[in-house]
Write a protein that binds this ligand. Structure first.
Ligand code: FEO
Length: 393
């Protein structure tokens, strides 16, 4: 992709990674991703904002072919998908300084072995004049690492937001054209990396919203010409109020736990509670993470393997614990054959969830009428709790 103009002397650079299917060896990328960099040419100084993943350094260097001088490289974030090509860019432009938050400077020295004399510190609120254009640096800690910041280009009212407001989408269109598609992808992105920091993201959102913004240029996915779309979406996702929804990550070995899940889904649906169930034997963990953005209740459903929970459900419990969703209630259901310690085991895996634990339903063998009645009672309790929160009309 050739450099593309966003505003006068503001260019979109970067690489589209159509084929990448996994990030951090953890996060599925069904739509690929992009690593966006931006070039701002002031009347006196030229700056590159972020770089690209090291695997695609050549793409960025080709885009910089006709750029004779670079004065600054702004590093919003030390994670290598944005910072990883900085050493190669510095090799091409040895006079350039890397502008970053104090914590990011330390991290870039640790992660990329960039010498200390290459850096210029960007304090929160500090500005950098490029001549007729002014960059303002805004610290946005924990979006999603402790060192993260964004840059506001005052004259053009462009916010360069790095991971904030990003989405893993590979696309040839520079701008968001299909908001429905981007909503889905940005929500997946929020769920997977931003959700654990929702409360601090709220503060950072208020901070950046205080500026008049006409364009949001993130470092993944497409550029927003209608900032209200993605800002409103973030407001919804960081809200502490969940939806009238139960998420059920489950696995079943011989059908007993699956029969319990079927009964619970039916019982909840008949009480007007929405359900999303995920068979962990064949599920996209990104979809599960997205459902956790909204769910008021999480019910983990697992058979017992020896005395403990099935490993797939233990993984889901660890994932939920790491993502710290806003859910208010949780429970466990499942079947065992001769012995089980599953409740204590799973409870020990989810200390981060600030939930009321509703009575688990753990049964021996295939569910019998009394077991199914216990499932119905759990469904009724969930519906009552949702009503109590005002989630149901
Ligand atoms: Fe896109 Fe946190 O790096």
């Amino acid at each position: 992709m050739k450099p593309r103009k966003i505003t006068d002397r503001v260019l979109a650079l970067g690489a589209v990674d159509w084929d990448r299917r996994l990030f951090d060896s953890l996060i599925p990328l069904p739509d690929g991703t992009s690593y966006n960099a931006y070039l701002v040419q002031g009347s006196e100084k030229t700056v590159l904002l972020d770089t690209v993943d090291p695997a695609m350094t050549d793409v960025l260097l080709a885009q910089l072919k006709d750029v004779a001088r670079l004065d600054y490289i702004v590093a919003h974030h030390a994670e290598q998908d944005h910072s990883g090509s900085i050493p190669c860019v510095l090799a091409k432009y040895p006079q350039a300084k890397v502008v970053a938050s104090p914590q990011c400077i330390t991290m870039l020295q640790d992660l990329l072995l960039i010498p200390p004399d290459k850096f210029l510190k960007a304090e929160d609120g500090q500005t950098l004049s490029l001549g007729d254009k002014t960059l303002e640096f805004v610290h946005t800690p924990w979006v999603h690492w402790p060192e993260t910041m964004v840059t506001y280009l005052r004259e053009d009212r462009v916010l360069f937001s790095c991971d904030f407001f990003g989405s893993h989408i590979a696309a040839s269109d520079l701008y968001v054209e299909d908001e429905g598609r981007v909503y889905e992808s940005a929500k997946r992105y929020f769920a997977e990396i931003m959700m654990p920091f929702a409360s601090v993201i709220k503060k950072n959102l208020d901070k950046v919203k205080a500026r008049p913004i006409e364009i949001i240029a993130p470092s993944h996915g497409q550029v927003h010409r209608r900032p209200a779309f993605i800002i409103n979406a973030y407001e919804e996702w960081i809200s502490d109020t969940p939806k009238n929804m139960v998420v059920i990550p489950y696995v079943s070995m011989h059908g007993s736990t699956a029969a319990m899940v079927d009964r619970l889904v039916t019982a909840l649906a008949s009480r007007d509670v929405s359900v999303q169930q995920f068979n962990l034997a064949d599920s996209d963990v990104g979809k599960l993470a997205m459902s956790l953005v909204d769910a008021a209740t999480i019910v983990l459903a697992a058979p017992t393997v020896h005395a403990g929970g099935h490993p797939a459900v233990l993984y889901a419990a660890l994932l939920a614990n790491a993502l710290r969703p806003k859910a208010k209630f949780a429970s466990i259901i499942g079947s065992y054959s001769w012995n089980t310690k599953i409740v204590a085991q799973i409870a020990g895996l989810i200390p981060n969830l600030k939930v009321e634990v509703l009575s688990p339903v753990i049964i021996k063998g295939f569910p019998k009428p009394a077991d199914l009645e216990a499932i119905d009672r759990l469904a009724e309790t969930i519906a009552e709790r949702h009503r109590g929160l005002g989630l149901m009309s």
